[in-house]
Design a protein around this ligand. Structure first.
Ligand SMILES: [Zn+2]
Length: 110
């Protein structure tokens, strides 16, 4: 956080705003938590754990709204779509396979 969210004064790494005196400790803590949660979402995305990525992103959004969250959400959606395209044909084949009666071994009675 570079500027005080109340009066827009430059913070220079301080928890207290030098202009309006606002204590920004909790706001800065939430901001750090949101950054950690986004990092967790990206790590989960890299691991391929899309559910965990969504949970981390949701946590980040409860702590702080950021335009970058939309980018992470788009990445998760993209990966979900890729996963569905990869899995869908296999599921379709399974469904089709269930419709086809199993091949009976041919018995020859002489
Ligand atoms: Zn201020």
């Amino acid at each position: 956080m570079e500027r005080c969210p109340f009066c827009r004064a430059r913070l220079r790494g301080l928890n207290l705003c030098s202009r309006c005196g606002a204590d920004l400790t909790l706001v800065q803590r939430a901001e750090r938590g949101a950054r950690r949660a986004v990092a967790g979402a990206l790590e989960a995305l890299v691991r391929g754990d899309l559910d965990a990525a969504e949970v981390s992103l949701r946590r980040a959004r409860t702590l702080r709204e950021d335009p970058g969250h939309g980018f992470v959400e788009a990445l998760i959606r993209h990966q979900r779509a890729r996963e569905q395209r990869r899995v869908a044909p296999a599921l379709a084949n399974t469904a089709v396979a269930r419709e086809i009666p199993p091949i009976q071994p041919r018995r020859w009675w002489f």
